[in-house]
Structure formats: C-alpha cells, structure tokens
Design a protein around this ligand. Structure first.
Ligand code: BYC
Length: 328
C-alpha cells in the first residue's frame, strides 16, 4: 500500500472540489491512503468521525466492566494483568480520539456527545460482569471479536485510523490470549469453576456476535464504507469468520458454544447457526440494555471528578507558553 505523492495531494487543496474529488477517487481506486491534509468528500469525513469516535468511546466505556474486577481478581498476578489490560483500553481510546481529531472534531465535542448519551458505543459493554469467569469470557469472546473486526481496519483507507489499528490489534491479541487462559484454568479446575466458565460463555456468546453489527441487508452504512475502503468485509462475513475461529478454540477449552444449531455446512462452506436475537440488540442500542444507564452515569462521574486534572494541565500549558514567549 502506498501513500499519495505529495504533489498530487496538494493539487486537491489548490484546485478545489473537482480536482480534490478526482484525486480522492484515484487514491481509493489505487487502494492508497487518504491523509488529513488531503481533500476528502464530506460524507467520507463524517463517516470516519462517526466510526472512529464510536470506536474510541467503546474503548473508554469498555474499561468499566473489567475494572469492576481489579480489586477482586483472585491473585496478585491476575490483578496486575487485568490492570495492564484496562490501561491498554484507555490507551486505545486516546489513539482513536487523536485519529478522529485529525478530521476536525474536538476531544471536548466527542466527550460531550458521550456523557450526554448522544454517542453510540459498542453494545457489548452494556452487559454485567457478575463473576470472575466473565473476565475470561470478555478476553476470549469480546477481544476475539474485536480482533476479527479490527485486523481488516488496519488497511482502512484513512491513514491515521489504519495506523492506530495496527498497534491496537497487537495489544488485543494479548488480551484475547489472557481471556482464553483464564477460561482454560477454570475449565481445568473444580466442577464449580467449570460451571462458572460455561455460564460466562453462555452469557457472552450471543452479545459478542452482535458486536459485528446488524445483518448485511440491514446495515445502512456498509456499502458506502466498503466502497471507500473503510470497511473491507461485511458484518456477516466477519461474524462467520469469528465463529469459525471460535469452534476449534472451544474444543480446546472444553466449553460448549450455546447454539444447538451450530454446525459446519459443506455445501455453503459456512457454519449454520441459529438466528441472532436482533430485538435484544435493538433494545441495547436504544439504551435499554442491562447496564446502559450505569455505564453513562459512571463515565459522567469520572469526567466531573477529572475536571481538576484538565484545569491543572491547561494552567500548566498556559504558564509554559508564557515562559516561552518571554524567552523569545
Ligand atoms: N453496538 O450500518 P452499520 C473493543 C450501529 S471496542 C452499537 O452496520 P457500520 C474493546 C452503527 O454504529 C469494540 N452500535 O454500521 C474495548 C450504526 O449506527 P449509526 C468496538 C452498533 O459503522 C474494550 C448502526 O448500528 N469496535 O474491542 O458500518 C475492551 C447501523 O450499523 C453496533 C469498533 O467500534 C454495535 N455492536 O458498522 C475490550 C470497531 N453495530 O452510527 C474490547 C469499529 C452497529 O448509523 N467499528 N451499530 O447511528 C466498526 O467496525 C463498525 O462501526 C461496526 C458497525 C461494524 C461496529
């Protein structure tokens, strides 16, 4: 994949929308990267702001279900690993907010959309985490789904998003393995531990399949996002790929995937599976999932509690700028 030659990119800026559109189309057709300095259609910019900001919010809200377990992790080692994972999610949120900012939206606007409940974030983080096995199921299923969805995003046509995804995916694969390992240890433990692991898999399996979004024929954004090389595969294609990855791993773990209809179909070359409960998905998206209200309440509280840090950082930056001005 190549980036645009500098002289061509500047042409878009200098000669207005028509030249800009032509260059943009050429870059997309060549499977090249669009960079922040390049002309881009308004719809492309808005789609990216929507997807990247939703993704960033998901990382930040996604810290909550797991951070609930940091103080209750069963050993010092587990505590340290979980803490590092939750910190990674904060880092992912920050790279993604920075990528979205290159498109002309401010961090404050995005944060305001989140804490006033106007922004979407992944449906998956509106479910509860009642047991330690949920940490295993989140790592294995949620981070596993995230990897399936996000590896193709490393090739997203928008440079800053694609580059952020490369780093994020490396960390996600560690997250997925730590979840798998928590479940493996529980499955090799007592009967009670095995039941706890299976129960967590039962509760997280279907919501993790919903992470890929609505079915293709009900996904209003997919066709355009694929034409712009933002998305590389459809929601259903990635969901199938994910299930194909889970089946052999579930056999190693000794857990059952909670779908009696799940079987390989030689003719279609795909897994047959039961219908996903899209009513549940729509309820969660409408703000009526088990933890929607709690997630937003806690994010708002954290934002208010952090006001003094933002004020102190701004005061320090102003002081430094004044010193620099004095020296100059
Ligand atoms: N939850 O036309 P569609 C993580 C919305 S973080 C909520 O298919 P698109 C992790 C969609 O936004 C995981 N909303 O949309 C963090 C759209 O609504 P609007 C987050 C959903 O964008 C911490 C409408 O439904 N990953 O891994 O083409 C710890 C129609 O959908 C969902 C990302 O954000 C959903 N599940 O495709 C552990 C990845 N699905 O905006 C792990 C980046 C759909 O039109 N995002 N909607 O009102 C994407 O790849 C795409 O945005 C999606 C949806 C595949 C999610």
């Amino acid at each position: 994949m190549t980036t645009a030659p500098a002289d061509l990119s500047v042409a878009g800026d200098q000669h207005g929308d028509e030249a800009g559109q032509a260059l943009f189309d050429e870059l997309i057709a060549r499977d090249s990267r669009i960079e922040p300095r390049d002309w881009m259609p308004e719809g492309y910019r808005k789609t990216l702001i929507r997807q990247i900001s939703q993704h960033a919010h998901s990382e930040i809200i996604g810290m909550q279900p797991e951070s609930n377990w940091i103080t209750r992790a069963p050993s010092l080692k587990r505590k340290a690993i979980l803490m590092a994972k939750v910190q990674d999610e904060a880092g992912h949120g920050l790279y993604l907010y920075s990528a979205a900012q290159t498109l002309g939206i401010t961090r404050e606007e995005m944060m305001d959309q989140l804490i006033t409940g106007r922004a979407r974030y992944s449906s998956i983080f509106n479910y509860l985490t009642p047991t330690w096995a949920d940490m295993g199921a989140i790592g294995w299923l949620v981070d596993g789904a995230a990897i399936c969805n996000q590896v193709p995003l490393c090739r997203c046509s928008y440079g800053p998003y694609g580059r952020a995804m490369v780093r994020i995916c490396k960390e996600e694969s560690f997250h997925q393995r730590q979840g798998f390992e928590i479940l493996l240890e529980l499955m090799q433990g007592t009967e009670e531990q095995r039941e706890m692991a299976q129960d967590a898999v039962n509760r997280w399996y279907w919501p993790s399949l919903m992470m890929f979004g609505p079915p293709d024929d009900e996904s209003p954004n997919s066709a355009q996002s694929m034409a712009w090389n933002i998305k590389r595969f459809s929601n259903d294609e990635l969901r199938q790929r994910f299930v194909g990855m889970l089946v052999p791993q579930s056999e190693v773990l000794g857990v059952t995937l909670p779908d009696p209809a799940l079987r390989w179909n030689e003719e279609t070359g795909q897994y047959d599976m039961s219908e996903i409960d899209w009513d549940e998905f729509n309820e969660v998206l409408a703000g009526r999932g088990p933890a929607n209200a709690e997630r937003i309440r806690r994010r708002r509280e954290a934002h208010d509690d952090g006001a003094w840090v933002r004020e102190a950082a701004a005061a320090y930056a102003a002081k430094q700028a004044a010193r620099q001005a004095e020296v100059a």
